[in-house]
Design a protein around this ligand. Structure first.
Ligand code: ADP
Ligand code: MG
Length: 247
């Protein structure tokens, strides 16, 4: 097995600064196919910046990031091609308000010639069914609740048939009663074998679904392990004090 096959995402010694503020200070993380990695840690510790570097929404200062075998830190690499295989779901859903739910989902696959309009429509209905919203295909996003919007955003990401899904606090802008449905969709995806990196404050989700929990602190990975190891037997004082606050 080559390294590219062994890992979906390979990050080596990633450094990222904003001006003089170094927010990632040497992050290394390899993610295997079908692995679910949950990233936890205090606000400002660099979790979002890390995710954004993985699809080059932010440019790393140094280090190497290989996704699906493509070195995205190499300026020769066509980042748009690599991005087609990376689904990203944000805290805010960023749906296009002036389009139906269905058109939101079919737009990118059609524009990027990943599917014919007819196939894209079929796929979109399939993914809408997967997230429990097949009956909402023709409505505008503003008629949906936050949780429903987020499930549409997930369906939209899935419509590109990504190899890796990145989630940045997908439930933290939702009313509490909406959180469960979104987490359930993510659990289904994980069970289906999707490779996922999930920044989350939902410790219950991390415990139940993560293969590995990574604790970020001050731009570093302080500690990582199975949910069991991190939640019941954290080793680093920073991990302990963080968990004391959130559990
Ligand atoms: P987290 O997601 O863990 O809360 P972030 O990655 O958002 O952390 O932020 C890490 C640090 O980088 C913070 O100090 C934040 O203020 C800073 N930061 C994030 N984005 C930017 C930006 N676009 N410009 C300048 N500083 C930023
Ligand atoms: Mg963040």
């Amino acid at each position: 097995m080559t390294q590219a096959e062994q890992y979906k995402v390979q990050v080596t010694d990633l450094h990222k600064s904003y001006g003089k503020n170094e927010v990632l200070t040497g992050i290394s993380l390899n993610v295997k196919p079908s692995e679910v990695v949950c990233m936890i840690g205090p606000s400002g510790s660099g979790k979002s910046t890390f995710l954004r570097c993985i699809n080059k929404l932010e440019e790393a200062n140094s280090g190497q990031i290989i996704v699906d075998g493509y070195d995205i830190t190499d300026p020769q690499t066509d980042i748009n091609k690599v991005r087609e295989n990376i689904g990203m779901v944000f805290q805010h859903f960023n749906l296009f308000p002036n389009m139906s739910v269905l058109d939101n989902i079919t737009l990118a696959p059609i524009e990027l010639h990943k599917a014919t309009p007819e196939q894209a429509r079929k796929d979109a209905l399939h993914y809408l069914e997967l997230v429990g919203l097949k009956d909402k295909a023709d409505v505008r996003p503003q008629t949906l609740s936050g949780g429903q919007k987020q499930r549409v955003a997930i369906a939209r990401a899935l419509a590109m048939k990504p190899d890796v899904m990145l989630f940045d606090e997908p439930t933290s802008a939702l009313d509490p009663e909406m959180v469960g449905d979104v987490l359930q969709v993510m659990k289904d995806l994980a069970n289906d074998g999707m490779t996922m990196i999930v920044v989350t404050h939902e410790m219950g989700f991390a415990k139940q679904v993560a293969d590995r929990v990574v604790f970020f602190h001050d731009g570093k990975i302080r500690e990582q392990g199975t949910p069991e190891e991190i939640f019941t037997n954290p080793q680093h004082p920073d991990t302990k004090s963080f968990l004391d606050k959130v559990l």
